[in-house]
Design a protein around this ligand. Structure first.
Ligand code: E4P
Length: 217
């Protein structure tokens, strides 16, 4: 499963990129607002840090303006992935952009039928928001399982990008189901390495090693 980080904080992106675990980045208008930086400038910086897809979202609601915004974003770097909303205009934009060779991430997906439409529109990625789904009393992971089944039934190439990930269990479940990608905040990605028994084991080894009085270097 590929790991994307869901942030516009370039310090966090650099730190994670250095681990070699990062396959891409997703941003959205709220994350850009949180960064307090200029959208185009921050996307350009992120594209210079990671080689993989960097999702940058259009903000227009109509197809024509989405296409104009996408043209600006595509000029930033080859690894820019245009993020469009799951609306009829967004799907039309997805089809036009992918036909023209662009990477497209269709975002704000909350149903398997929406995901089916995105695949038919040629999306590179579909982003079902599991956390927001759960927050509203739906079963986010059941949605991922449905999309996996449907995409496999028809051999769609669209990658399932599990978004709105809140905790490590979301990542575990997404991997069990066979999602292609997950995007999570830096804190959640770091949490994946944590285990109380790892910490306890390290403490024990360090204490016993100190008693040997030896050094390696
Ligand atoms: C995905 O691309 C979105 O940016 C993101 O995962 C939304 O997550 P949130 O529900 O935590 O805002």
């Amino acid at each position: 499963m590929k790991f994307f980080v869901d942030t516009a904080d370039t310090a966090d992106i650099r730190e994670l990129a250095a681990t070699g675990l990062l396959d891409g980045v997703t941003t959205n208008p709220s994350l850009i607002h949180k960064s307090g930086r200029k959208f185009l400038e921050v996307v350009e910086e992120i594209c210079g840090i990671v080689d993989g897809p960097v999702s940058a979202e259009v903000v227009a609601l109509d197809h024509e303006t989405m296409m104009q915004e996408a043209a600006v974003l595509r000029k930033i770097a080859d690894n820019v992935c245009i993020k469009v909303p799951l609306t009829i205009d967004g799907l039309k934009t997805c089809k036009a952009l992918t036909d023209d060779g662009a990477m497209v991430n269709v975002t704000l997906c909350f149903s398997a039928n929406q995901a089916l439409l995105a695949a038919k529109a040629g999306a590179s990625f579909i982003s079902p928001f599991v956390g927001r789904h759960d927050d509203n009393g739906f079963d986010g992971m059941a949605l991922i399982a449905d999309i996996r089944l449907i995409y496999d039934n028809y051999g769609f190439d669209t990658e399932i990008l599990v978004a709105s990930v809140r905790h490590p269990i979301h990542v575990l479940e997404a991997a069990r189901i066979g999602a292609d990608v997950m995007t999570a905040p830096p804190s959640v990605i770091k949490m994946l390495s944590k285990h109380v028994l790892t910490d306890k084991g390290l403490e024990g080894f360090a204490a016993d090693w100190a008693k040997t009085g030896q050094t390696i270097l």
